[in-house]
Each structure stands twice: as structure tokens, then as C-alpha cells.
Design a protein. Structure first.
Length: 281
């Protein structure tokens, strides 16, 4: 991987911008005063850290020549977005609720999407120091410390690692639903006891990509910027993120998640790291 394709020429600058956005977030996170919270139109929280990270990332990504769709700049009409073939999907601070709780489980998410599919992603957790990068055709890497672009490909851990012996499922700490509970119970009826791990933000997808969990089902609402970067890393690790079809006949994994829809809300989905679970969920 020492000679990456020319289309990743923007990689070093984008990674530097991700780190700079993380530093802007940490300046708010590590402040002594209480974190001031605003509510967006959908009643989800936003803080000064979200805005600061967006202000860092937006000009760097726009300079690549691709348009940018960010959670903090999401009001771009579909009539304009529909013409986009390649563009950035950004969540400057994914896991704002985890940020407010000060548990460290939040990330900066940056993904490049082409014709509705993620082609490369960056997921960085500023407090934990975890960095995930990758995409289909490029492989996937994880570093536990902040390293530069070249070292990511030369020194970071290639994903996935070996899966645990016991079936392990990622369950959202903040967004448990009856549907996911029912699916986990269905799996337990097939394979026996299921170990659950909890994690905030897109780190849940990261746990599947690195082989620490077999699957991550999600029925609670998410937006495209919540998943695109982790989705790219998952594809780089040779895994899938598919719609989770919930119906009268049970559960099944449907089509791959698509991006730049008119409605940016994701359907329920399943991050698949083990075909014996995800093939006929």
C-alpha cells in the first residue's frame, strides 16, 4: 500500500483537516465551563464544537473540487444535490449526545461518495485517539494513535482482525429499540448466547470493521452523514452495510445502503461482519 492510487492525492490534507477539526472539538470538550447546547429543528442537540469542526473541515474539503454535504450545512436543495456524482459527506461531530455526556465516544466522520456509494472514509475519535480509514479497493486500517497519512498505510493495523469465538453484537447505548432486541433474540435462538458490546457514534460500525463484533443492527433513525464514513471503512474491510428489512416474515438483509437520497434519513440497517448472521437475518 505504499503507492496509493492517484485519486487519493487529497488524503494527507483531508487527514490533517480531520485532526484539526478534532482539536477544535477538544478545545470545547476540555473547557472548564458547562457545554452550551442548542436544539436543531429535529430536536437533536448541537454545540459550539459541532460548529467549530464544520468551520475547519468545510473549506479544506471544498478545495478538493467536490461539493460538501455536512450535517451542519445540510440545507442544500435536492434539485442541486441530484446532479452530484462525487461529493463529501461529513458529520463534524458524530455522537453529540456522547460528547455532552463527556464519555469520549464521539467521532469526526468524513466520507467521499461516488454515485450513491461510499468510496473512502475517515473516522476519528479525538479522545480515544482511534483512527479508522479505508474504502473498497483500498483496504481498511486502524491506528490507536494519531499518525500521518503515510504511516497509516505502512504501520496501522490492517482490518479486520480475527472475530471473537462467541457471537458478539454491537448494541447502541442511546438508541435501543424493540426491533433490534427481537433480532438479537432471533440470533440467540439460532447460535446460542450473544455477547453485547456498547459504543457511541460511528465507532459501532468500526467495531464490526475491525472484527471485534460480528454485527451491528440499527433500527433507530440515523442520517446519511452518520454512516457514510464508517460504511466506507467497512467495505474496505470486506464487509457490508445493508438495509435491514423488517416485515411480517421476520428480518432479512436487503440492498446496500445508498446515499444522496432526496430524504437523507437512512432506513434501518445491518453492518455485517459474519455471513452466518447477516445472510438471512
Amino acid at each position: 500500500m505504499n503507492h496509493l492510487p492517484q485519486e487519493l492525492h487529497w488524503g494527507p490534507k483531508v487527514l490533517e483537516a480531520v485532526y484539526a477539526a478534532a482539536d477544535a472539538i477538544l478545545r470545547v470538550y476540555e473547557g472548564l465551563e458547562a457545554i452550551e447546547i442548542e436544539l436543531k429543528s429535529d430536536n437533536s442537540p448541537v454545540t459550539a464544537a459541532d460548529h467549530a469542526a464544520h468551520a475547519v473541515l468545510d473549506p479544506v474539503l471544498a478545495a478538493t473540487g467536490y461539493p460538501v454535504m455536512s450535517e451542519e450545512g445540510r440545507s442544500i436543495p435536492f434539485a442541486e444535490r441530484a446532479a452530484w456524482q462525487t461529493y463529501w459527506v461529513v458529520d463534524p461531530l458524530d455522537g453529540t449526545k456522547e460528547f455532552i455526556k463527556r464519555n469520549g465516544e464521539f467521532t469526526v466522520n468524513v466520507a467521499l461518495v461516488h454515485l450513491g456509494s461510499p468510496v473512502f472514509g475517515f473516522v476519528y475519535a479525538p479522545v480515544l485517539g482511534w483512527l479508522y480509514v479505508g474504502g473498497p479497493g483500498y483496504g481498511a486500517r486502524k491506528s490507536m494513535v494519531r499518525i500521518d497519512w503515510n504511516d497509516v498505510w505502512e504501520q496501522a493495523q490492517a482490518l479486520p482482525a480475527r472475530l471473537p469465538e462467541q457471537t458478539t453484537v454491537v448494541a447502541s447505548r442511546s438508541h435501543a429499540t424493540p426491533e433490534t432486541e427481537e433480532l438479537i433474540a432471533h440470533w440467540e435462538s439460532k447460535v446460542g448466547p450473544v455477547e453485547r458490546v456498547s459504543m457511541g457514534s460511528s465507532l459501532k460500525i468500526g467495531l464490526v470493521a475491525e472484527g471485534r463484533a460480528h454485527a451491528y443492527p440499527r433500527a433507530a433513525p440515523t442520517m446519511e452523514w452518520d454512516t457514510a464514513a464508517g460504511h466506507a471503512v467497512l467495505l474496505g474491510a470486506g464487509m457490508e452495510l445493508r438495509e435491514l428489512v423488517l416485515g411480517p416474515n421476520g428480518f432479512r438483509a436487503g440492498e446496500p445502503l445508498r446515499y444522496n437520497k432526496e430524504n437523507l434519513l437512512n432506513p434501518p440497517f445491518l453492518a455485517c461482519g459474519a455471513p452466518y448472521l447477516c445472510g438471512d437475518a
